[in-house]
Design a binder for this molecule. Sequence first.
Ligand code: V47
Ligand code: SF4
Length: 373
Amino acid sequence: MALKRLLDQSPIKDIYEKVDAGARITDEEALRLYNTNDLYTLGAMANIIRERKNGNNTYYNKNRHIDYSNVCSTTCKFCAFSRFEGEEGAFEFTHQQLAAKAREAYQLEGITELHIVGGLHPTYSFEWYEDMLRILKQAVPGIHLKCFTGVEINFFAEKYNMTHEEVLNRLKEAGLGSMPGGGAEIFHPDVREQICPGKGNAEQWLEVHRTAHRLGLRTNATMLYGHIETYEHRVDHMGRLRKLQDETGGFQTFIPLAFHPDHTQMDHFARPSGVEDLKTLAVGRVYLDNFDHIKAYWISMGVRLAQMSLAFGVDDIDGTVIDEKIYRMAGADSPEVMTAKDLQALIRDAGRMPVERDTLYKELKPMPEAVGR
Ligand code: V47
Ligand code: SF4
């Protein structure tokens, strides 16, 4: 009864009822959700969709992130990771070093996925990237290679004078299995041109993903929030993703990424608050009704909030990760590693069912019933 009274008094009751009836919300309604302080009703409506799509399951995977190099020909204002060639702190791993990292993670955790990205390297040849994929496949046979952001693929196309399709086909031939969602940042030019003027624009990012989907590669999508963008910019960003997903159905998951300001050119910003993090995930879950999954990247949000988010629309908390640099260099204080056991305990403690998945969301090992529900 008390809950019904709460809902009756909620300023977003009409949106809750629309979502409950299975209808799609408009951009204006998404803005109202961002502007509400009624976190309970927002969380409840996100949870309806989460449970409709994924029941009580919460997905995680065993993966290792590897950055092949942080040498980059541009500087994004939000990035603490990149360096120019020869600058202090610049690194470049050889193929042999990358293969050793992959083997080590396989022996340690039985990883099923390598998540590999890097800066926009000014001098590598295209063959360097193809060889990297081939060598990693040989190092750990059967491993899934989730590599290169839409920005990297667009950079390769421009640098080596190829179409997106040619780049993707050649990388696929060398072992590419899917693409992560990075490089999306905020699509709107008013923001993008200020925070990352030197990298591919929204249309190029979206065209890379459209092409990848056409070639049978599944991809993810991110949104970097908590800096100069407004709620309108976030809704515009998600609107472009929802439109492309209606067209191709190739996105697997949406991953909002909280801005970490330390050691960046925007270090005067504070990190987004916990409420802002939960809101952004929940609005994402409600608005992106054509995405199967919403991921809380625990490195970005912290472990405790990622756990809380399982009641705010999230059904995936990423993986073991092992070797994260992009967030650590920008001041993230989340743990270095979460083992599969840690991830399972965190999910169970939230009353959810931990399900190990592969990169393409195939369930690998059904876990015994979660306690407490
Ligand atoms: O594109 C860079 C972001 C992204 C900062 O697809 C920052 O499964 C916050 O895309 N503060 C790369 N964010 C990470 C990424 C990702 C992570 C986990 C899983 C998946 C997936 C993708 O990190 C970049 C940029 O948006 N980023 N610097 C920073 N200071
Ligand atoms: Fe380079 Fe990527 Fe960092 Fe931008 S975010 S400076 S493209 S490494």
